[in-house]
Design a protein. Sequence first.
Length: 63
Amino acid sequence: MRTRRQTVEHVFGTIKGWMGATHFRIRRLKNVATEMSLQVLVCNLKRVIANFGTGPLVTALHA
């Protein structure tokens, strides 16, 4: 349980805290999966920018 809290729960807590994503705005499983994927993508991009800055990210996008 301790490992799960550190690895999985942190991501969902971060998404809820940063973006206020406490509930899904749309219905149907396919649409909810898309919304969750976008939220996780934004969370990952924020982490990359925080860790490496914008320079390497822009370089990777241009490649």
